[in-house]
Write a protein that binds this ligand. Structure first.
Ligand code: ADP
Ligand code: NI
Length: 208
């Protein structure tokens, strides 16, 4: 019986991997399958005390960016619901949709259960991948996908949104303070210092 349940979960995970890989094919390189893999890995590290159910957490990590409206081909929530229900996961569908909907920084009105450990851990993992060296690479990847300028003098004092460096001030430099878990914050600190160092060097070169 135990073996059956384990195999079943494995099967659902590989079905979800296939479902998401297809959806994310047209996303930018900062939101590709490797982002999902890094987030899964980081979520596992943050969840070392297993406060969140590892199966639900992994499934949520796999699905978390599959309904991104920024990209063509991003799925709709009802497709995720269908996928989960047809995989026999009706019991956790509402919970997963709640996590995925609320995880985004751009969602200014999160609602539902915001104390779900799956949500708290996964949001931290997603935020960690937005900062540090990988965060810098992802920001410029998305900025170039949108054809945004790298920088406009004045970005560091407010300026107008629209450049990638401006995005550091709009979002990336705020993430460490917003971490939900202690482990997430601990991991964020080194990455945050790297963002500051990167900006310092960027301005030094720009102004030389
Ligand atoms: P969330 O899922 O938290 O709303 P997004 O999917 O909007 O986050 O952003 C994920 C990553 O995409 C960011 O961490 C950043 O790397 C990049 N990104 C989003 N918006 C911008 C932007 N305007 N300029 C540069 N990078 C961006
Ligand atoms: Ni993400």
């Amino acid at each position: 019986m135990l073996i059956f349940i384990t195999m079943n979960k494995k099967e659902i995970i590989s079905k979800a991997e296939e479902f998401v890989k297809e959806k994310m094919k047209n996303y930018d390189p900062g939101h590709d399958w490797s982002h999902v893999e890094r987030v899964r890995n980081l979520a596992g590290i943050i969840n070392s005390d297993l406060r969140a159910d590892p199966f639900i957490l992994d499934l949520a990590a796999i699905l978390h960016d599959s309904a991104d409206s920024k990209f063509p081909g991003g799925t709709r929530y009802d497709e995720i619901v269908n996928f989960l229900e047809s995989s026999g996961q009706s019991a956790i569908t509402a919970r997963l949709i709640n996590v995925i909907r609320n995880i985004s920084f751009s969602n200014k009105n999160p609602e539902g259960d915001l104390n779900d450990p799956v949500y708290l851990v996964l949001q931290d993992a997603d935020r960690l991948d937005a900062i540090g060296a990988i965060g810098v690479a992802r920001a410029f990847s998305y900025g170039s996908y949108r054809k945004n300028k790298l920088y406009e003098p004045g970005d560091e004092h407010g300026g107008k949104p629209g450049t990638t460096i401006h995005h550091f001030y709009d979002k990336l430099l705020k993430l460490t303070e917003l971490m939900n878990t202690e482990e997430g914050r601990r991991l964020a600190e080194e990455r945050h210092r790297f963002l500051e160092k990167f900006l310092q060097q960027f301005y030094k070169e720009w102004n030389s």
